[in-house]
Design a protein around this ligand. Structure first.
Ligand SMILES: Cc1cc2nc3c(=O)[nH]c(=O)nc-3n(C[C@H](O)[C@H](O)[C@H](O)COP(=O)(O)O)c2cc1C
Length: 176
């Protein structure tokens, strides 16, 4: 399928906070399955989604460093929760809490894929993370990923010596 990235528009898709947006991928991030709600919200059909890289819903406002942290983490076999802004086929966006889980072969225990469960994020969290992500995206454009990693670490340090991206996301998850 020839894929033209949708042009983002500044319009949010309202999510039903009783439903999860679910998808699963192989070890490279190629979508191998998803639920109906993912198709409904992203405005793609399941047929359009399955077989595509998960970056099909990547929003340009998301900093690359967030995905680097995600992949570093899940490739080590560790679960993770992250807040992500996604892009639908019609250019609109939706923010989600995404919980990533590792799928392993029952016998060899080797990682065979990943699963993601997403739910709605409160307005408060969006307002907290939007300026951080915007800043990191801008820093990246000028100084690349190393610069944004430094900027993220500086931001985390301002919250205390032991704050990591991971526990920031966990704290946010717990309190909002
Ligand atoms: C199970 C799983 C779910 C993912 N879900 C999303 C998602 O909802 N949105 C997104 O932008 N990236 C998601 N990713 C990350 C993408 O694979 C990719 O790293 C990201 O979109 C950045 O794209 P890029 O590496 O081409 O810059 C997911 C990855 C996995 C393994």
């Amino acid at each position: 399928m020839a894929f033209t990235r949708p042009e983002p528009i500044d319009e949010e898709i309202a999510l039903d906070n009783t439903k999860y947006i679910e998808s699963e991928t192989d070890t490279k991030g190629i979508i191998t399955g998803c639920n109906d709600y993912f198709a409904e919200i992203s405005r793609y059909t399941k047929e359009e989604l399955i077989g595509q890289p998960h970056s099909i819903v990547r929003h340009p406002d998301m900093p690359k460093i967030a995905f680097k942290l995600l992949w570093d983490r899940i490739q080590q076999g560790k679960n993770l929760t992250a807040v992500i802004k996604n892009l639908a086929k019609d250019g609109r966006y939706y923010w989600v809490f995404t919980h990533f889980e590792i799928e392993r072969d029952i016998n060899t225990k080797a990682i065979i894929g990943y699963k993601a469960y997403r739910k709605a994020v409160s307005k408060h969290i969006k307002e907290l993370l939007e300026p951080l992500y915007k800043n990191l995206t801008e820093v990246e454009k000028i100084g690349g990923m190393e610069a944004s990693e430094r900027a993220l670490n500086d931001f985390l340090k301002s919250g205390g010596d032991d704050v990591t991206f991971d526990n920031l996301m966990e704290e946010i998850h717990r309190f909002y």
